[in-house]
Design a protein around this ligand. Sequence first.
Ligand code: MCA
Ligand code: AMP
Length: 491
Amino acid sequence: MGLTDLFDASLLGRANQAGLECLDNAGNHTALTFGAVEVRSNRLAHLLIRRGLTAGDRLAVYLPNRPEFIDLFLACVKTGVILVPMNVLYREREIRHILGDAEPKAVVTSALLAPELPSGTDVWVVEAIRRELDGEPDSRPVGPVAGDAPAAICYTSGTTGTSKGAVLTHDNFLANGTGLVTCWQITSEDRYLAVLPLFHVHGLGNGIHCWLASGCHMRLLERFDHSTAAAQFEDYRPTLFFGVPTIYVRLLDTEPTRAQQIGRRMRLFVSGSAPLPAQVLADFAGLFGHRILERYGMTETLMNISNPYHGERRAGTVGLPLPGISARIVDETGSLVATGETGELHIRGPNVFTGYWKRAEATNLAFVDGFFRTGDLAECTPDGYYTLKGRRSDLIISGGFNIYPRELEELLLDQPGVREAAVVGVHDPVRGEVPVAYLVMDEELDVRILRAVLKKELASFKMPRGFIRVDSLPRTALGKVQKHLLPPWAP
Ligand code: MCA
Ligand code: AMP
């Protein structure tokens, strides 16, 4: 069973029902029935075939949240073409890596973003494609796609500093979508306010799949904007919302009477992608009258562990394994730890990816006894609640976006005058963490020049907030940098 079989309950079964509303930053508004979503993606699927794409080919997307992103995702699902989503904040260096690795036939983007793409890329601009689509048939293009066929390659920054493509199948997304719809009790009565970017699995794997699997209504915003967020809630009157902790911190600015009114209409707020501080959970409950449901996932595995819909949503924990998912915690030797002790979290289940694109060795290392090694440290209580206790590898999560210090350190070392570099995550009340760079220099540190160079090379969320010159980096006898001994940084 491919994903269309799951989505048909909405695309065909609710064809005449309002399904989607998209609002972009310029105020443009598109409202579509599920039937219209079906037809638009069928036409695009025919266009992909006419342009020579077949099952197994890759097609990259470099678009913000807009209806064409959904058309493209569904056209890929229907033809077996593998979607390769790219973060719109990535700059040429980051994009070049993904394109070189995934080797897509083309990149679909907008007229505005097209200049960001490396020269020599086959670029399809949605504004130009639009006219061609009118001539394509409305019907479904080809036969069914197998469940074990890849649906998407999602790039995730590895510990090596280069990002690796996680190959996620139709079955992976299906297991994730059906599990969440069941556990979070999402129905066609829900109204889902979607603000997360569709180029990451939180917005795509959870948001789009819960929408189409349940047949609820979705309002898709181009992006979350904290200055208009409360007004969006008031205007749309959602019952369902998925966010990262930064978004919930931003929502704490809502005026109390407005927050209570919004809360009265809501059914469920879910948080994930980064730790939700217990204080934010408590403050949000006081303001909106809702206890946020926190869950845990990864690009490679989609969702794994979630606090319950009914039952206790325990602060600081990510809850209990989702249906069909096995979790275990092991020590350095691979033995199971005793209850309450910390070790590495391993996950097994139908949600877990098949491996990294063209990286057999990395794939091999990622699995042990059929379990995926998450790299996250965790402990479990006797009643089965998991708490994340940090990571085995270096990772900074800023506003829900991942930053691997190693990538920044390698880039900094390429800059003239930089002899040594160490990047650390520093606590930030809104973004959770922000990166700060410590540099051993052979010459004067000119932060302005450094920033200007990095701006061209890095997505904006990866830009270090501070650049600090030090005489040397603290190291162990074996030469490993002791990041915790670096001098503190204050903004
Ligand atoms: C942020 N920016 C964006 C977007 N989001 N630009 C274009 N499109 C976006 N969608 C840029 C802004 O232009 C600005 O850049 C900077 O980021 C900060 O934006 P600001 O307006 O100050 O936003 P904020 O109020 O701080 O909120 C940021 C945010 C954003 C909306 C929370 O960080 C975000 O969308 N995070 C979600 C990331 C996500 O979906 N992660 C899931 C990964 P400049 O600095 O140049 O001005 S999947 C995952 O982790 C696993 C599987 C899991 O468990 O879910
Ligand atoms: P990504 O590789 O972008 O999918 O990011 C996955 C990582 O995000 C996980 O390995 C965790 O470290 C982190 N993460 C996701 N959800 C949570 C959560 N609820 N609490 C803490 N960390 C989380």
